[in-house]
Design a protein around this ligand. Structure first.
Ligand code: ADP
Ligand code: MG
Length: 454
């Protein structure tokens, strides 16, 4: 054995060397799951005591790493002849026994951050704006966060992108962590779940993986549509899910579709996901969008005219994330250029966002608008009458349909009483000609176009 300098012979540096040796030999994943949470101490001259957080982990360390651990300890200190591996206090016998008093190490924050994902500090209940489209999801989330006993399991939140699913999940996690810090809450994306599962399989460490997830009080998995078609991960998730629900631990799931509509998911999975409360978040409506903009502008202490907020709420209809993006860009502009935000510069600065959000006009709307404008009956759009007072407005409507929708010429023809695509082509050419010749007519068409686009 090499001689070790006194300072390097301190127990703490000995353990550090043993730890780094273990990490190198067994790999990062196994080390983190099993060995890192354990602590080492010298029990007596011949004995090293290893303290594992749970009984299960103690057994596992003993079976998998015991022999090697003893060798390493003996190499550091030749007097060492035996290991004593103990678990740190009263682990609940059965996870169904309730929250119990699991040892401090097992509940350490770092371990949760390892398997979970960090929470966004902005995603709180108090800055979630509630309106008709999200009131059920919000109420359900609050209920789960505040409940002493599991109110429904799982809570399944679904809705389109950027509508607040992740925000609500983080808000639940924050609330529980703050009010009942002894409960373990894990939030992670379905993607991260899969990544960890695959890593565990690669390192032949699936036991640790299972143990980690099955010992939490609240498990949240975001965007489970990601599991679609990934059969092994889905299977593992299904078992984890069942184990937790069976032991009355809260599970919260989000997806972009309802359980039934999730494609590439096993039937039993879909049906199980729908057992608790399924709450959908509908697309935003004007009032909610305006409320969100007002709340954000207020929090950021921004001086944005009400007219501009109304304009944005009216124009940006896709989702809340885009709405925030628009607001942020306005703020950046105002601070950089040092000019107050007005309706004019808003339109200029956000031109691309506004264009992308332009309302999709339908042929039916165009027909209705044009008929009303020229004071003819809507039915004339489909009729065979060729009198100019009727045929001209019909041509204008065809022209605008071509300009404002993505419909093909044959599709447009069909919507105008089953006309041929060449008729539509002719109408487009005719209106172009007339616009070039007659400025009053051109203005008329332009006006109609603007009305339809707004
Ligand atoms: P999802 O997970 O459904 O795709 P997110 O939760 O990531 O959507 O929300 C996108 C952004 O919009 C986030 O910044 C979030 O804070 C914000 N947001 C969504 N809904 C609301 C709401 N009702 N009130 C305030 N902010 C919201
Ligand atoms: Mg999300």
């Amino acid at each position: 054995m090499t001689t070790i300098k006194p300072s390097a012979n301190q127990p703490s540096s000995r353990w550090a060397r043993i730890r780094s040796q273990l990490r190198a030999e067994f790999g990062e994943a196994a080390y983190r799951s099993w060995l890192k949470p354990a602590s080492f101490e010298q029990a007596d001259a011949q004995t090293v005591r290893i303290l594992a957080p749970t009984r299960f982990m103690r057994d596992w360390i003993e079976a998998q790493y015991g022999e090697r651990l003893l060798k390493l300890c003996a190499a550091e200190n030749s007097k060492i002849q035996q290991l004593e591996i103990v678990h740190a206090g009263a682990e609940p016998e059965n996870i169904a026994a309730g929250l119990g008093h699991a040892p401090a190490v097992a509940r350490a924050q770092s371990k949760d951050d390892d398997i979970g994902a960090p929470l966004d500090p902005r995603f709180r209940f108090d800055n979630f704006v509630v309106g008709k489209p999200n009131e059920l999801a919000f109420a359900a989330a609050r209920r789960v966060a505040e409940a002493q006993a599991v109110p429904f399991n799982p809570l399944f939140l679904y809705g389109g992108v950027g509508l607040g699913k992740t925000h609500l999940m983080h808000a639940i996690a924050w609330h529980i962590r703050e009010t009942t810090p002894e409960r373990r809450v894990i939030y992670l994306s379905a993607e991260k779940f899969m990544y960890q599962f695959i890593r565990a399989m690669r390192f032949k460490d699936t036991m640790a993986f299972k143990e980690q997830f099955r010992s939490v009080d609240v498990l949240m998995i975001d965007d489970v549509q990601f599991f679609s078609g990934k059969d092994n991960t889905q299977e593992e998730f299904f078992h984890t899910f069942n184990a937790l629900v069976d032991h009355n631990r809260q599970v919260i799931i989000s997806a972009d579709k309802s359980p039934n509509d999730l494609e590439g998911m096993e039937e039993r999975m879909k049906s199980r996901l729908g057992w608790g409360l399924v709450a959908d978040i509908h697309p935003t409506i004007y009032e909610l969008r305006l409320g969100i903009l007002q709340s954000k502008a207020e929090r950021l202490d921004l001086d944005i005219p009400q007219k501009v907020l109304e304009f944005l709420a009216h124009k940006i209809t896709s989702n809340v994330r885009e709405l925030e993006g628009a607001l942020n860009r306005l703020v950046a502009y105002a601070t950089l250029v040092g000019r107050p935000v007005t309706l004019d510069n808003t339109q200029e600065v956000l031109r691309d966002i506004l264009r992308a959000n332009d309302r999709k006009v339908t042929i039916e709307e165009i027909q209705k608008r044009v008929a009303a404008h020229y004071n003819i009956r809507l039915g004339e759009m489909h009729s065979a009458r060729r009198a100019r007072a009727i045929a001209r407005p019909r041509q204008v409507a065809m022209y605008l349909s071509k300009q404002l929708t993505t419909r093909s010429l044959p599709e447009i023809g069909r919507k105008f009483g089953g006309r041929d695509h060449t008729t539509v082509m002719y109408a487009v050419r005719k209106i172009n000609e007339l616009c070039a010749l007659d400025s009053a007519f051109s203005e008329d068409v332009e006006l109609l176009r603007r009305m339809l686009e707004s």
